[in-house]
Design a protein around this ligand. Structure first.
Ligand code: G6P
Length: 605
């Protein structure tokens, strides 16, 4: 989603900014722009790819500037609506992430003052009001502080001034990270974009503002009280990620799953006790043994991981567990039990819906544990404790390796919780063994992927694709459908296999592709019924099954994966669905890593 990158130093700012924008590209955007201070504020914007912006960018001399990638919320995808926005007198330029709730009122106020707004955005109001305050004789800091008092909503905001050699920033609900190297300063919504320049980073907290200049930076509250900066520790794994020999990040990340799962579980598995160690949970064994229930919250792929986590917890720990769509959570005034455990699951750690659910739970008196990939992200810091999933940077909008590691981390938790309750040692050991063997099995499968190309041929041109699974394979079906829909733009429907006959069966006609996930997990025979019901109506079954299994030949296209512990099968059965989505999108000529309309990090509710 929207991204911010700013620079002060001795290099050519426009070049550093474009490089920063390219690092933000993976988050998803539809337009971009930069502004550089060089006597005046020179602004350039373009819709479409960053490469479209670079092709029109003239040589610019300034060494201070801010830039933005926009994902449209208020106002269509136009050059006018792209950021930066500049005040009428050309003295103030802003870039903004987030949404202003009272922008209509503020726009009307500006119009009444005779100011001509040049975009349809909520963000534009910032530059005009700051300019008005400067004209009253206020300092840039005072002007910004006054404007922050009249806006309502969320912001990660950067301001550049024609008459001052500084960048001012403010954060409320939308992340901003400051980077400092010996003689340069950076500001970005994403540490990933700064990492190639410096590892010395500081996160702004909500309600804070910061001033960056050539001497360094200071963080303060709007009334001027200085606050201590909050250093951000990034793991080594958050190095600069590049494509290597892969044509797309998605394919690279699919292939990284063996290694990244190893990172997630290594050092945490305790084979001799058939359990797991998760220090970041910060919870005593006694408290763990009295938890009444567990709630797991996420969006998109993270929600599917939560659904699997729910099943693992109930199965192994025998306590109720429920997964929730984050965007719905607060809508229903949920009853929160402070003794229960709550998990917020998120790759980016920035998803606004998930963050807002976290705040609601905390407001009602309970703790929330993060299951997060991006170290130091907003949700990770808001939770303060939890489990990092250690997938390393995930650049493709369609999530793959983060899903497997979310499931990996949740299985470690379910195992630990189970062993503190009714799960016996020998079953605990079977699970730890199963988890330990999985990275190798993923590697084995990826070396021989089976008839993915045939599955793609069956899917291309289909009106819709149905995904079916039961038990832990039901969320895998949902994840497979999400992936194919996200990047191939084919309508996909995922259903628990048994529910198929209660509606989706109406969609099936001669040749309809149906992807069935059916590992040998004790519920497979019931899935078989659904397969026969689909086949009887002419469906082409793409069956994902375990090798050597009796149902191996039942599909029209049979994709076999190595056998694993029945409850851990999602960690491997999901991979063929990722490959099917990838190759289908590729064959359709779609932009696999940056699918239309989607964003990697959705920072608006
Ligand atoms: C967006 C992305 C999805 C992702 C979801 C949750 O919708 O397009 O791929 O699964 O956000 O993201 P998170 O970073 O919270 O895991």
């Amino acid at each position: 989603m929207c991204g911010i990158f700013g620079y002060i130093g001795d290099k050519n700012a426009s070049q550093v900014l474009v490089q920063g924008l390219l690092r933000l590209e993976y988050r998803g955007y539809d337009s971009s722009g930069i502004v550089v201070r060089n006597g005046s504020l020179q602004t350039f914007k373009e819709i479409g790819k960053i490469s479209d912006l670079t092709s029109i960018l003239p040589k610019m001399e300034g060494s201070i500037g801010i830039s933005h990638t926009r994902w449209a919320t208020h106002g269509g995808v136009t050059k006018e609506n792209a950021h930066p926005h500049t005040s009428e007198d050309g003295k103030v330029a802003i870039v903004h992430n987030g949404i202003l709730q009272n922008s209509n009122k503020l726009r009307k106020r500006l119009t009444r003052k005779g100011i001509k707004l040049s975009s349809e955005t909520d963000s534009e109001v910032f530059c005009h009001f700051i300019s008005i305050e400067l004209q009253k004789g206020k300092t840039p800091m005072e002007a910004l502080a006054s404007v922050l008092r009249i806006v309502r909503g969320t912001w990660g905001l950067c301001v550049l001034f024609k008459d001052y050699d500084m960048i001012l920033c403010a954060r409320n609900g939308s992340p901003l990270i400051i980077g400092r190297s010996s003689d340069e300063m950076f500001i970005s919504s994403d540490p990933h974009a700064i990492r190639e320049h410096t590892s010395e980073m500081f996160a702004l907290d909500d309600g804070q503002i910061a001033r960056l200049d050539r001497e360094g930076f200071e963080i303060m509250l709007p009334e001027g009280t200085p606050v201590e900066s909050n250093p951000l520790e990034l793991d080594e794994e958050w190095g600069v990620s590049d494509l290597g020999d892969y044509p797309h990040f998605m394919l690279k990340e699919i292939h990284e799953q063996s290694q990244s799962l190893k990172h997630c579980i290594t050092g945490r598995l305790r084979h001799s006790s058939g359990s797991a160690n998760l220090g970041g949970l910060e919870i005593t064994p006694q408290a763990l043994s009295t938890i009444p229930h567990v709630r797991l919250i996420g969006c998109g792929t993270a929600l599917h991981a939560a659904q699997i986590g729910q099943l693992l917890i109930e199965k192994w720990a025998r306590i109720p567990a429920v997964s929730h769509v984050a965007s719905e959570f607060n809508m229903n005034d949920p009853v929160i039990n402070s003794k229960a455990m709550h998990f917020a699951i998120s790759q980016s750690g920035e998803t606004a819906d998930t963050l807002s659910a976290v705040k609601e739970i905390q407001r009602k008196g309970a703790d929330v544990h993060g299951v997060i990939n991006v170290v130091g992200s907003t949700i990770a810091r808001q939770c303060g404790k939890g489990v990092y999933i250690h997938s390393g940077p995930e650049q493709s909008v369609a999530s793959t390796k983060a899903f497997t590691n979310m499931v990996g981390a949740l299985s470690l938790f379910a195992l630990k919780l189970g062993r503190g309750r009714s799960l016996n040692l020998s079953e605990g050991k079977r699970i730890t063994k199963g988890l330990k063997e999985l990275p190798k099995k993923i590697e084995t499968y990826l070396a021989d992927q089976g008839p993915i190309a045939e599955a793609v041929d069956a899917i291309i041109g289909a009106k819709n694709v149905l995904f079916l699974g039961r038990g832990v394979s039901s969320p895998v079906a949902s994840e497979g459908a999400l992936k194919l829909m996200e990047i191939a733009y084919i309508p996909c429907l995922a259903y628990p296999a048994g529910e198929m006959k209660h509606g989706p069966i109406a969609l099936i006609e001669e040749g309809s592709p149906v992807v069935v996930i059916a590992p040998n997990d004790g519920v497979q025979d019931r899935t078989l019924n659904a397969i026969h019901e689909c086949k009887a109506r002419g469906a082409r079954i793409i069956l994902i099954h375990e090798e050597g299994d009796s149902i191996a030949e039942i599909g029209d296209i049979n994709i076999s994966v190595p056998k694993t512990h029945p409850m851990l099968s999602p960690l491997i059965t999901v991979i063929p669905t990722q490959l099917i989505a990838y190759h289908t999108a590729l064959k359709l000529g779609n932009d696999v890593d940056r699918p239309r309309n989607l964003a990697k990090s959705v920072t608006v509710e």
